[in-house]
Design a protein around this ligand. Structure first.
Ligand code: ADP
Ligand code: MG
Length: 227
């Protein structure tokens, strides 16, 4: 028993170290992003050079969201982060932050607001959740893709659908969803769904998936209203 406690403490130290390293890496990345954006708005760039800058910014965003996913795994959920969240606002924000990523891949992002909806939660975590799921939708598409985000609610809960017309999933893939490091992508981390699930479950919600091979996938998030 003593040994177990010891091991857990060690793990915790490693976790904290990893978290602080990740945190420190963000500062230089932020300054790189700033200069890249300045470069992007320069008038003297050729089309080709502008493309290189776009790809660099895209990859910077990718590195940032990997860090976000790792960091949030080691972090306890803090109640003081909670606030009233306008979900339409947050969905639009995630769509905006993914617009160049989607454009590069010929994917159209559409938002259908059936009903406005508000919940109590952490805006940062909600962003992470939406970005992870919308990104997966974008990455699943081939040719001319479409990812549609629908916001709705019933008496008890908010419903958010994230639907793509992408490759869909085999039963085996559906089975493995949410397992750490499960990824079928060359550059995948297999953390996105695990983190997303945790964010949803911390709000007392649930995640359902409807998918068929070849015709697309819909993730259905439900979050109960707080009483
Ligand atoms: P990653 O995106 O890094 O692979 P995720 O945890 O986000 O990790 O997703 C895990 C796996 O689930 C993906 O590699 C893919 O096989 C499958 N997946 C998730 N979302 C979709 C989707 N919208 N369409 C098809 N497959 C998906
Ligand atoms: Mg992913």
């Amino acid at each position: 028993l003593v040994r177990e406690v010891h091991r857990a403490e060690k793990l915790n130290v490693v976790g904290q170290l990893a978290a602080s390293v990740a945190h420190e890496i963000r500062n230089p990345m932020t300054s790189i992003r700033g200069f890249m954006q300045l470069l992007y708005s320069s008038k003297n760039l050729t089309e080709q050079e502008r493309q290189y800058v776009t790809i660099s910014l895209d990859e910077l965003n990718r590195a940032n969201s990997i860090i976000d996913d790792y960091l949030s795994l080691g972090r306890e959920y803090k109640l003081e982060d909670q606030q009233r969240i306008d979900l339409a606002f947050e969905i639009n924000r995630s769509i905006n932050s993914l617009s160049s990523y989607a454009n590069l891949r010929n994917v159209k992002l559409t938002f259908q607001e059936r009903k406005p909806a508000y919940i109590i939660g952490s805006a940062g975590r909600i962003q992470q959740l939406f970005v992870n799921l919308i990104k997966n939708g974008v990455e699943a598409t081939k040719g001319i893709g479409e990812v549609t985000i629908t916001l709705d609610q019933n008496e008890k809960e908010v419903i958010i659908l994230i639907s793509d017309n992408g490759v869909g999933m085999k039963p085996e893939q559906i089975e493995n969803l949410g397992l750490p490091f499960y990824s079928t992508k060359e550059k995948g981390t297999g953390l996105g769904l695990m983190v997303s699930l945790r964010i949803i479950e911390d709000m007392g919600g649930g995640l359902k998936v409807h998918s068929s091979l070849g015709s697309g996938t819909t993730f259905e998030i439900s979050i109960p209203f707080k009483r």
